[in-house]
Design a protein around this ligand. Sequence first.
Ligand code: ADP
Length: 501
Amino acid sequence: MTSRTSNTPKTIQTPTGKQLRGFLSQIQVINSINAALSGTTDMEEIHRIILSALTSKVGLGFSRAFLFLCDPARKSLAGKYAVGPSTKQEAEACMQEQAQQYDLIDQLQHSLYPGTLEAVTPFRGNGTERLKSGRLWIELFERHPPNRALTHKIEQISFDMPSGTAQKRGLRSACHENRICLCEKSHARSLFPAELLNCLDAKFLILPLNTKKGLHGVVIVDRKFDRKTITKADVRYLEWFKTPFALAIENTELFTDLEFAYSELQQLDALKSNFLAVISHELRTPLTAIQGFIDLLMNGKAGRLSASQQDLLARVVRNATHLISMVNDLIEVAEIEAQGPSQRHLESVDPLDALMTTLPRLEQRRETKHVSIEPVLTQQIPRVLTEQKALERILYHLLDNAVKFSPNNSTVTVEFEPVEAKLNIHVRDQGIGIHSLHLKRIFDYFYQVDNKLTRSYEGLGLGLATTRVLLLATGGEITVKSTRESGSVFTITYPIVEKTG
Ligand code: ADP
């Protein structure tokens, strides 16, 4: 059998030393431009680096670069910068300056890396340290800033984005198909504004800057006043830069969006805190008045009450007290958020005393569900460093939840566990438990696992958020372990007060 494939071995040409040096220097240029682009998240700087890289002799070496930014609202491209000469004299001056550019790089290198002059420059060697390399390109650009006269001209130029006519093929492919296009002025007379074509050389390239958001802009480069003209090889070489340029712009767009979203969130957060503070103060005043009048009625100051009237009034008292407690939570949260956690005066507190003070407040809910709350006292409970009132409120919230989410006739325990210099207080229930997905979020304001209006458990979703901020302000920590349908354990931890004497 004869093989159908040709047996003639393909000769692979070994690149010459000169070619290899050429490849190497191209890779170095790409490397240093990439490093420069990833060293900043400032859009102006990104634009500067791109234009500097395109026109610098140690970069891509085009003679001029024109940046047009996209205005999506107007569907147009508007001139922003122009770099490079506008007359032959300027071009000659530019050539001389460019010739000095390697020296300039050495000087810049020296000023940016004092004492390391012997290190190879980022452009020619391995020094691609991000920020410094970024600064080098920007410095280069600053020493060869946009051509004022040329920039002034192109600032006046804006042209419509191609809308799909075959005529605008060059610009259309660039914008919509994200392709670098080689254009000839003689074929483009009807496609671009005359003022722009008057500035450009006979051949020019359109480089699109497309990001996920859409077209950011286009750069036009030419080789006016240069001995060489634009060729297809330029298109291939520039291809390597299209993606890094676009990525740098995209990252910066994302970064700016994130910054904007973050500052919006901060404003909303401040608004929410302010809203909470104002609303809750406004609510507390009439509520306190209501409580005062109920007390007068209860004490018979407005005449004797029948047994059923007293019973009804007792319910009003309980509800008013609950309402005041919720408003106090809101005020507490708003105040701690406004002042920060450093304002509290910490003292030596007996945790058992705090628990005993709290229990009567839970009596009604506990009794209705026949849930028993049992402190587990196996050893002497050490005193802790915190604030008594805060600990009482924290215990109230944890126990209130434990009872609320427990089945009827079950038991909630409170265990005290000293571990080295800390005391753990575990509040353990046999209730519905919490799915692990929700565990991190239950300490957020207004977060409830069941947040439907038809939910079976009452509450504002503030108890655990209040607990979290109170702990932060009074030197405690909280953790939670939970298994669905089996129960939850909330553990608060405080530093033990050292015994003196
Ligand atoms: P709420 O007023 O809704 O109780 P919290 O901030 O105290 O607000 O609790 C937030 C949510 O965390 C509750 O709505 C509930 O879904 C869940 N949760 C808190 N404690 C328990 C618990 N012991 N068992 C089950 N779920 C709990």
